[in-house]
Write a protein that binds this ligand. Sequence first.
Ligand SMILES: [Zn+2]
Length: 128
Amino acid sequence: MEDQEKMEDTCRLCDEVTDKMYSVFESTEEGFEVLQMIKECMPIVIYRTDPLSKQVCESCYNHLGALYTFKKAALETADRQKSKLKETIELAGECKEIELFLKCGDVPVSFILNCYLKDLQFAAVVSF
Ligand SMILES: [Zn+2]
């Protein structure tokens, strides 16, 4: 029983206890729920009803905020670069590889692999 109580008090991400702990259901100053940031940045699933801790320590809270901000900025950069690339091919004409690359973000990976494999088979047929 003591172990269970202790587990509920420790950080869900590092198992430490600090003076200031945050609930995973709490929202940050920017309005993001801690649980949402964990879902988007970590390969960890937290259920409201699971028996593990629903708290994160201040250090993990800060890491999570930085990671979330970094991920968001990187995705915005990718979108911006893809938009620029799109404009470039609209001006320069068709380019199959670039069009395929631009579609990558919108389709499942299996579809991309199938396209790639088809292209490889096509290339193999052409080379003989
Ligand atoms: Zn922690």
